[in-house]
Design a protein around this ligand. Structure first.
Ligand code: NAP
Ligand code: G4F
Length: 362
């Protein structure tokens, strides 16, 4: 039985990956942070209610307290677990927040990656343990080529992107210096019903559901023109695994090869809850009007703009399709929006409190 260690197991990707690896017959270990509030919700959501006890009691699933910034802790855990595969998904993953917390983002996203690689090296596990690093399309930032592929030069535009560039290169450096199987998945945006609520897609699907059910009046957004290559997280975790099963340690771009604007995403999400939007005005004056009622449901608020923006991201998944046999369009953009809205309509239907505003700071 293979053993996998997942950092960031409580996050969107970590929870799907844990589920995926357990189904593949792995013994799965996950690192969770000590928190004063409950942080294992996504792990409970992994299975349906009747199956939930299977996961909780699953003898193949183990959680350990830890933090990737604590080198002693991760070294001890890796030494005890002796994993065949490590998936380093832990990160301060919010781009806007990284402008407010650049130092912390550096500690987790850059130094945290080094701590894991160095632990594997010090423990003499370089021949045994394969390491996957969660790299990102944010490395391309101010894009130097369209679409972006493995050879496209990087130009990060945020403290997050800059910290992740260290993670990318130190992973490649350990591969080249110590002959380790240490690889980067350069993943473009991937979303799901488990996406954090302050990322734009989830913010939109939750708001659309709440507005449709009379529990929220308006949705405030930043840059509506921003373009992203949005895929489905469940499809993307499979690719993380495929990258580690490949015979050669190589870096891969994972994307759908399709790009849509924030405005398009909002349009479609509102359509799914039965609200047809008409867009009027430009720039910060732009508004989304409910065609049926004339009410303003979307407004632009400059507080959601970023000091430096990544205007567009479009990935070329040819290498992953060809060498890994991965299907980049298993879940279409339309299906992704439909899945997320359906889940949020259910969730909001069960919310008993009526919130006056969901004016997130980020
Ligand atoms: P996420 O939902 O924000 O999850 C991040 C995870 O990292 C959470 O489990 C979080 O724990 C954990 N974490 C944060 N700081 C930590 C620390 N110091 N030590 C240990 N764990 C820590 O992110 P995601 O969307 O699943 O993304 C997973 C990874 O892929 C991240 O590295 C992200 O940067 C990268 N990525 C994501 C995308 C995307 O579109 N989703 C695209 C490219 C790359 P808590 O639950 O305790 O906060
Ligand atoms: O959903 P976002 O916050 O995701 P972003 O910045 O693209 O980062 C995500 O994807 C990266 C991969 O490319 C990951 F590495 C990273 O960890 C994270 O998962 O914002 C998407 C776009 C941006 O251009 C943003 O300016 O949507 C724009 N946007 C417009 N209004 C907004 C909002 N973003 C947020 N979060 N909130 C808004 O109200």
């Amino acid at each position: 039985m293979k053993k996998a260690l997942i950092t960031g197991v409580t996050g969107q990707d970590g929870s799907y990956l844990a589920e995926f690896l357990l189904e593949k017959g792995y013994e799965v270990h996950g690192i969770i942070r000590r928190s004063s509030s409950y942080n294992q919700e996504r792990l409970e959501d992994i299975l349906t209610e009747e199956e939930a006890s299977v996961l909780v009691n699953n003898k193949n699933f183990h959680l350990h307290y830890g933090d990737v910034t604590d080198a002693l802790n991760v070294t001890r855990l890796i030494g005890e677990i002796q994993p065949d595969e490590i998936y380093n998904l832990a990160a301060q993953s919010h781009v806007r927040v990284s402008f407010d917390m650049p130092g912390y983002t550096l500690d987790v996203d850059a130094k945290g990656t080094l701590n894991i690689l160095e632990a594997v090296r010090i423990l003499g596990l370089t021949d045994k343990t394969r390491v996957y690093q969660a790299s990102t399309s944010e490395l391309f930032g101010k894009v130097q080529e369209v679409p972006q592929k493995e050879t496209t030069p990087f130009y990060p535009r945020s403290p997050y992107g800059v910290a992740k560039i260290y993670g990318f290169w130190i992973t490649k450096n350990y591969r080249e210096s110590y002959n380790m199987f240490a690889v980067n998945g350069i993943l473009f945006n991937h979303e799901s019903e488990r996406r954090g609520e302050t990322f734009v897609t989830r913010k939109i699907t939750l708001a659309a559901a709440r507005i449709a059910q009379g529990k929220q009046k308006k949705l405030l957004l930043g840059n509506l023109d921003s373009l992203r290559d949005w895929g489905y997280a469940k499809d993307y975790v499979e690719c993380m695994w495929l990258i580690l099963q490949h015979e050669k340690p190589e870096d891969f771009v994972i994307a759908t090869g399709e790009m849509h604007s924030v405005r398009e995403f909002a349009d479609l999400a509102f359509k799914h809850v039965g609200i047809e939007i008409e867009w009027i005005g430009h720039g910060i004056e732009e508004k989304g009007i409910n065609k049926a009622t004339g009410e303003i449901v979307v407004e632009v608020d400059p507080k959601f703009f970023r000091p430096a923006e990544v205007e567009q991201l479009l990935g070329d998944p040819t290498k992953a399709r060809t060498l890994l046999g991965w299907n980049p369009t298993r879940t279409s953009f339309e299906d992704l929006v439909r899945i997320m809205v359906a889940a949020d309509m259910m969730k909001v239907g069960n919310e008993d409190i009526v919130k006056k505003t969901f004016d997130y700071v980020i």
